[in-house]
Design a protein around this ligand. Structure first.
Ligand code: FE
Ligand code: CA
Length: 536
């Protein structure tokens, strides 16, 4: 467990940061009465078989997500015994009613909505409350109650109304948090920045059994249970990750927009092709998607049907930004030339697809419809061309699907998208890239920008290096920055520019590292490409 803690204030009135980052004490003393006064409170607690709830049911924290101008999803999952092998958190089989409330203030003096949801084993004891009737562009605080237990408080935010540019948005994004490889310090530091919105680009969990996936720096803690294949195993794995207080703090601080990558299912899977042959991969996909839905603050319309889940979607932030969240695993053709780094003719075959035809058509349509200042693609795998010293490319990334790479980037150019920005995870390294119409022509114009986040932990501590002095940058002149330290990316979007701060922590194999900004870049409105500015 991480030893890092939140609030350091010495005043007697807790700051917001104490409430969100470590202040369970405040919620305990302020309010049972508020929720308790609500008529549905009497219906609280449990029905059906099973003893009354004994331990705290809110061990996995709270989350919110998918904000639009009037609504947001509030999430929690009940688990008095989070690591129970049946994945049901020690609750067995019973129906449980949970109340929620959402307020303008963190002390819940001005509650604006209340309601309740019933959950049970078929939902993995997850609660997804889609709260409507909120005001646009506003901060809210929320919490849940179940029986005598009160959840921690979360902060969330609605999107600005359509047409509103607003004064700006602080958005942070992260990916790749192998629980065994390190402490989730980067999530803690992200929470301390108090962003308005968080994007998670996948590898939220890793599927491996203990000892099967070791970083160069070893492991600091073990996965519980074997490699995940059954629903119970995926449920248990998500619960184990959420026992980490740094991850819970990152969820509690802001609404999230999430997409999975490969490890939420199986390393490097593609469509219905698993990494290694296995008898019923469709059933494994179904288990993985069901647990993903249960554990993420997604809308009911994202609920999977068997082995399929519809996750690609656009979330608008007023007219400042459209976030097009993509799924680059479920509909892809299998990796060309046997996967890995290859010099591979098939990678250029225009009939191959990374997104699938339906998602591609949808995305190109979203480009044509967009009037946003920034069109941001929240997705998983490396978009820019990247060749190694043998001239090989990654068959897992967009380079392995050059038809898709071409059609999507030409699509945003043809649609006149004002400021296209691709956000990427997966590769456990920070990168800042200029996207080109033709990477083989040095005079080809820059047509977009890509920001790639390093991992939260995956790969271990990493090492600091001169970010401009690496053969990858010499070979690929459109790539402007690289860092192999762990971290996340903090962005600030305004009508004039997007600023990106590449945040790093010096170590993850011990808790408590401070974060610093390794490099900062600005993308100016209508000027794709990167200008390095002094870090902050
Ligand atoms: Fe990863
Ligand atoms: Ca990945």
């Amino acid at each position: 467990m991480s030893a890092s803690t939140g609030g350091k204030s010495t005043t007697s009135r807790p700051s917001r940061r104490q409430v969100l980052l470590g202040g369970a004490a405040l919620t305990a003393i302020t309010t049972a009465s508020v929720l308790g006064s609500h008529p549905t409170a009497r219906a609280a607690g449990t029905r059906g078989a099973g003893a009354p709830l004994r331990g705290d049911v809110f061990t996995l924290g709270v989350a919110s997500g998918e904000p639009d101008q009037h609504s947001v999803v509030l999430w929690t999952r009940l688990a008095p015994t989070p690591l129970a092998d049946d994945g049901l958190g020690g609750l067995g089989r019973r129906a449980v009613t949970v109340q929620w409330e959402i307020a303008h203030d963190e002390r819940f003096r001005h509650v604006v909505r209340r309601g309740h949801e019933t959950t049970g084993p078929e939902a993995g004891y997850a609660v997804h409350a889609e709260v409507a009737g909120l005001e646009p562009g506003r901060e809210y605080f929320y919490r849940f109650r179940c029986g005598r237990f009160l959840s921690p408080t979360g902060r969330t935010r609605t999107a600005p109304a359509p047409g509103v540019l607003g004064t700006g948005l602080m958005m942070a994004f992260a990916s790749c948090a192998q629980y065994e490889h390190g402490y989730f310090t980067a999530y803690r530091r992200l929470a301390e920045d108090e962003p308005d919105l968080v994007l998670h680009l996948g590898d939220y969990i890793y599927e491996y059994g203990p000892g099967a996936h070791v970083s160069p720096d070893g492991v600091v803690r073990d996965h519980r249970g074997p490699e995940t294949e059954t629903l119970a195993q995926y449920r248990q794995r998500y619960a184990q990750y959420r026992t980490d207080p740094d991850l819970r703090a990152a969820h509690a601080v802001a609404p999230w927009l999430v997409v999975p990558d490969d490890h939420e299912v199986d390393n490097n899977w593609a469509g219905y092709v698993p990494e290694h042959p296995q008898p019923n991969f469709a059933a494994r996909r179904a288990n993985a998607f069901r647990a993903y839905y249960e554990n993420m603050p997604l809308r009911r319309r994202n609920k999977p049907t068997g082995s399929r889940i519809r996750l690609y979607r656009t979330v608008a932030w007023g007219s400042l930004a459209n976030f097009h969240m993509l799924d680059t695993r479920q509909y892809r053709d299998d990796q060309a030339c046997g996967d890995g780094w290859k010099v591979c003719e098939d990678a250029a075959d225009p009939t191959r697809t990374l997104t699938g035809d339906d998602q591609e058509r949808w995305l190109l349509g979203q480009f044509r419809r967009s009037r946003a200042r920034w069109d941001v693609l929240g997705q998983q795998v490396f978009f820019a061309r990247k060749v190694n010293d043998e001239g090989a490319m990654s068959m897992e990334a967009w380079d392995g699907y050059q038809g898709s790479q071409d059609r999507v980037s030409r699509g945003w150019v043809a649609a006149g998208v004002r400021n296209p920005v691709v956000l990427t995870g997966d590769v456990h390294t920070h990168w800042a890239n200029e996207l080109k119409a033709d990477y083989s022509d040095p005079d080809s114009p820059v047509i977009g920008t890509e920001l790639v986040t390093s991992s939260v932990t995956s790969g271990g501590d990493g090492a600091d290096s001169d970010p401009a002095d690496h053969p990858d940058l010499q070979r690929n002149p459109h790539i402007k920055f690289r860092s192999t330290q762990r971290g996340y990316v903090r962005t600030r979007l305004t009508r004039h520019e997007l600023r990106a701060d590449f945040r790093v922590v010096d170590h993850v194999t011990r808790p408590g590292a401070p974060a610093r900004t390794r490099a900062s870049f600005v993308v100016a409105d209508r000027h794709p490409g990167l200008t390095e500015v002094s870090p902050r």
